[in-house]
Write a protein of this length. Structure first.
Length: 357
C-alpha cells in the first residue's frame, strides 16, 4: 500500500505523465523556445535563471550557455535586472504582469512582456519575453507610413473633388475669371503651406505627418495653427523620427476629437514644436475641447484608459507616455483658454550616454 501511495504521489507531481511523455514535453518546450523570434528568459522568485533561449542570450550579449546559467542569479548577467525580478515578495499585492514595456538592459533598448509563473496558485517566478525596440520601430514605421499615405490620399481626394466641383461650376456658368482666381488662390495657399513646413521642420517624416494632419483638420472642419516659433533643426537624439511622429500624431488625433466634442469650440488646434533650446525638444498641443478634470489626469496614461466606447481606443496616450518616459522626458497637462487642454512635452535632447538615465 505504501508503495502504491508513493507511486500515486510521484505521478501527481508529474501531472499524470509517463517518463517518455515528460521527455517529449521537454523536447517540445525546447523547440518552441528556440522557434520564437523573441528572446525568452524564465527566472524563479529569487531571481535565479530557470531557462532561456539562444535568441534571448544573443540579444542581451550573454556569452554563456544555458546549462552554465541555470541556477545563477539574473542580476549577474543583466543590468539593470529590475524587470526580471518584479517586486519584493513582501509586496506581493503589487506584483503585476506587464505587456509591451520599454526597458533598457545591458545597453539595449527592448520592448518586453512579463508573465507570472504560478505554482499551486502561488507566485514562483517570471517568464520575460523581449525583442529589440528597433525591430518594432521598423514595423511600426512601415505601417505608420502606409496608413499616413492612405489617409493623405483620401483627404486630398476629397478636398480636390470639392475644389474641382467648384471650378467646374464656375466654368459652366461662364465665370472664367473667377475660376482662374480660385485655381491661383488654391495653388498659392497650398504652396505656402508646403514651403513653411518644409523649411521649418528638418525631417521629412515629421513634415509629411504635419501636412497630412493639416489636411485632416480641414476635412473635419477644424483649423491646425502652427505657432510662429516652430522650429525643428535636427532629429531628436533620444527618439527616432518615427517615434516622434507617433507622439505628435497621437496628440493631434486626441486634440481633434476633443475639439469636435465641444459644441462651443472655436475649432482651432495649436501646435508648437521647437528645439530652439538645444538641451530639450518641446512639443505643445492645445485643443479647444471641454478640458480634462484634474482628478482623472493621472489615469490618462494607463493602457486602455479612454472616454471612447469603441474597442481599440485608450492606446495613444499610453504609447506617448511610454516613449516620453523612457527617454527621461516630462509631460504636463494644463487648461487652455478659453477652453480645452494643453499637452506640453519636454524631451531631453542630449544623447543617452551623456544623460542621467
Amino acid at each position: 500500500l505504501g508503495a502504491w501511495l508513493f507511486s500515486r504521489h510521484i505521478k501527481s507531481q508529474m501531472y499524470g505523465m509517463e517518463p517518455e511523455d515528460i521527455a517529449l514535453s521537454l523536447r517540445v518546450q525546447n523547440s518552441v523556445f528556440e522557434a520564437v523570434y523573441e528572446g525568452i528568459i524564465a527566472v524563479d522568485k529569487q531571481g535565479r535563471i530557470l531557462s532561456a533561449n539562444q535568441r534571448g542570450l544573443k540579444i542581451l550579449g550573454i556569452a554563456r550557455n544555458l546549462s552554465y546559467l541555470q541556477g545563477r542569479m539574473i542580476n549577474e548577467y543583466v543590468t539593470p535586472a529590475d524587470f526580471f525580478l518584479g517586486v519584493k515578495m513582501d509586496d506581493f499585492s503589487k506584483m503585476s504582469q506587464r505587456k509591451h514595456e520599454v526597458i533598457t538592459c545591458n545597453g539595449e533598448t527592448l520592448v518586453a512582456t512579463r508573465v507570472n509563473i504560478l505554482e499551486e496558485n502561488k507566485h514562483s517566478g517570471w517568464v520575460v519575453s523581449f525583442r529589440p525596440r528597433n525591430d518594432l520601430s521598423t514595423l511600426t514605421s512601415q505601417l505608420t507610413q502606409v496608413q499616413q499615405q492612405t489617409d493623405n490620399l483620401r483627404v486630398l481626394s476629397h478636398e480636390y473633388a470639392n475644389k474641382l466641383s467648384t471650378i467646374s461650376g464656375l466654368i459652366q456658368i461662364g465665370a472664367y475669371e473667377e475660376a482662374l482666381k480660385t485655381i491661383r488662390q488654391e495653388t498659392e495657399t497650398h504652396q505656402q503651406l508646403i514651403d513653411f513646413i518644409s523649411s521649418t521642420f528638418n525631417s521629412k517624416v515629421i513634415a509629411g505627418l504635419l501636412l497630412g494632419k493639416y489636411s485632416r483638420a480641414k476635412e473635419l472642419g477644424l483649423e491646425l495653427h502652427f505657432d510662429p516659433y516652430c522650429r525643428l533643426s535636427h532629429s531628436p537624439t533620444r527618439l527616432t523620427d518615427d517615434e516622434l511622429a507617433a507622439i505628435i500624431g497621437n496628440l493631434l488625433d486626441n486634440a481633434y476629437e476633443a475639439t469636435l466634442k465641444n459644441a462651443h469650440s472655436n475649432r482651432c488646434i495649436s501646435i508648437l514644436i521647437s528645439d530652439a533650446n538645444a538641451a530639450e525638444l518641446v512639443v505643445e498641443v492645445a485643443d479647444n475641447g471641454t478640458g480634462i478634470p484634474k482628478e482623472i489626469r493621472d489615469s490618462l496614461f494607463i493602457k486602455g484608459s479612454t472616454s471612447k466606447t469603441q474597442p481599440g481606443h485608450g492606446i495613444g496616450l499610453y504609447l506617448v507616455h511610454q516613449l516620453v518616459n523612457h527617454v527621461g522626458g516630462t509631460i504636463l497637462i494644463d487648461n487652455a483658454e478659453p477652453a480645452g487642454t494643453i499637452f506640453s512635452l519636454f524631451i531631453p535632447n542630449e544623447s543617452l550616454e551623456n544623460g542621467n538615465l
